[in-house]
Design a protein around this ligand. Structure first.
Ligand code: AMP
Length: 202
């Protein structure tokens, strides 16, 4: 294979950041994206919950932050993401679900992808109003058993999203990669809106 083809192929990787408040449907829509585009999925929340379940040092460290609805420190999450990313080398692209959540995380992601000759292809931002988010998270809490799906923690997760994570939208808007998607309607309706945006950049 010619070297130029190799670089071309790497640039063709479909790296999707799925972005939005807690309860906006990132996990659900990631599942649909995986099926349609054959991508690998990295959910930093899922990775942290698995670490907690396995009682690892990382899990123990994360536990307190997650239970309070706060973000796990950037350096911890960035290191963890780099390790997971290395296990997805053969995929046609990756869905980043729940990462980045801060500006330093987005800078680190750009850097990690650049080192691999790649970049973020699109940032899908699921837009859902707060009362709907609260309703969904309370409903999910009744089934999920997640330590952070309770009213007190939900409130702080929404605050953290507003203060620390949502400024990333402006950041990605400037790069021309932001696709704002109305995140209400049926799962299929929302997915078709997402797929339309993704197909435009393919
Ligand atoms: P999620 O499953 O994405 O809602 O994440 C659940 C919790 O895990 C969050 O409230 C944070 O405490 C932690 N977490 C997940 N992803 C990140 C991240 N990128 N940065 C910091 N903390 C995270």
């Amino acid at each position: 294979m010619k070297l130029s083809n190799l670089f071309c192929n790497l640039k063709d990787m479909l790296n999707i950041v799925i972005f939005g408040a807690p309860g906006s449907g990132k996990g659900t829509q990631s599942e649909n994206l995986i099926k349609r585009y054959n991508l690998a999925h990295i959910s930093t929340g899922d990775v942290l919950r698995a670490e907690m379940k396995n009682g690892t040092e990382l899990g123990k460290l994360a536990e307190g932050y997650i239970a309070k609805g706060q973000l796990v420190p950037d350096d911890v999450v960035i290191g963890m993401l780099a390790n997971v990313l290395d296990t997805k080398k053969d995929a046609a692209g990756v869905i980043f679900d729940g990462f980045p959540r801060t500006i330093p995380q987005s800078d680190a992601l750009d850097e990690m992808l650049k080192e691999r000759g790649q970049e973020v292809s699109i940032v899908v931002s699921l837009e859902v109003e707060e009362p709907e988010l609260i309703e969904r998270l309370i409903k999910r809490g009744q089934q999920s058993g997640r330590s952070d799906d309770n009213m007190e923690t939900i409130k702080s997760r929404l605050d953290v999203y507003k203060n620390q994570t949502s400024p990333l939208k402006e950041h990605y808007e400037k790069t021309g990669k932001l696709a704002s998607i109305k995140g209400v309607g049926t799962v299929d309706e929302i997915f078709e809106r997402i797929a339309e945006a993704v197909d435009k950049i393919k």
